[in-house]
Design a protein around this ligand. Structure first.
Ligand code: KIV
Ligand code: NA
Length: 265
């Protein structure tokens, strides 16, 4: 199997082939999504919510991200693996950012890192890139700044914030980021960004006129049932499937139906 690289992703944008991206946090799920043919797997800091049950992405640690990432990397044969640098492990200064990126690359074997923000993280992005580590940007609704925003509503609806976002996208492109995530912004603005920058723009809640799409795996599988924003298309109802399996197992155990003769030694 031919591995996806930053070069492959750049070619996809030029060809107009949409890039598919999903999150994964563990070996078993990463194996299945890689086998399905996903282009990019994001070991997102959404693991803080989905895996650990925190309300925000802020509490997850670098060690925990590396644990998730190394499990994902062991499962993947084709996809390009991106890992979020968590809150508090890059905002301090560019040395801290570089140190975090290097730990992720060395200890997990992932292929790149992702960071939230534009001009304010420029120096860190440049420093990490000059160490040979590909960087993906993330603008719009950046969940590590949730307490600054106050809500998870659509970002950059006003002209000033939209202008800043477009400028930040250009900054990240100039720095050498290989791609960019745009989260929860108006479709028209996302389209403009994708047309302006030459690097692939991956959207989540950013409309269809971008170069690719990303969703949180557990949301699209219908495992996290309480989270249903407009942008989420649910491709399965795994909660129902799992509840049914668990309940039938419990029933069988209670009824002394499991294990039967052929399931015993
Ligand atoms: O952590 C995450 O899952 C993300 C995606 C939503 C882009 O950053
Ligand atoms: Na994230």
């Amino acid at each position: 199997i031919k591995r996806i690289t930053t070069h492959t992703l750049q070619e996809m944008k030029l060809r107009g082939e949409k890039i598919s991206m999903l999150t994964a946090y563990d070996f078993s799920m990463a194996k299945i999504v890689d086998e399905a043919g996903i282009d990019i797997i994001l070991v997102g800091d959404s693991a803080s919510n989905v895996m650990a049950g925190h309300e925000t992405t802020l509490p997850i640690t670098l060690d925990q991200m590396i644990y998730h990432a190394s499990a994902v990397v062991r499962a993947v044969k084709r996809a390009f693996v991106v890992v979020d640098i968590p809150f508090g492990n890059y905002q301090g200064n560019s040395s801290e950012a570089l140190r975090s990126a290097i730990r992720i690359m060395k200890e997990s074997g992932a292929h790149s890192v992702k960071m939230e923000g534009g001009s304010e993280i420029r120096e860190s992005v440049v420093r990490i890139l000059s160490a040979g580590v590909p960087v993906m940007g993330h603008l719009g609704l950046t969940p590590q700044s949730i307490y600054k925003f106050g809500t998870y509503t659509v970002r950059a609806k006003e002209e000033a914030e939209a202008q800043k976002l477009l400028e930040d996208a250009k900054v990240l492109e100039e720095c050498g980021c290989f791609a960019l995530v745009l989260e929860k912004i108006p479709a028209a603005l996302a389209k403009k960004v994708a047309e302006t920058v030459s690097i692939p723009v991956i959207g989540i809640g950013a409309g269809g006129k971008v170069d690719g799409q990303v969703l949180v795996m557990h949301d699209m599988l219908g495992i996290t049932q309480e989270f249903k924003p407009r942008f989420l298309r649910q491709y399965a109802d795994l909660e129902a499937v799992m509840l049914d399996a668990f309940k039938r197992y419990i029933t069988d155990v209670k009824a002394k139906d499991f294990p039967n003769e052929s399931e015993s030694y």
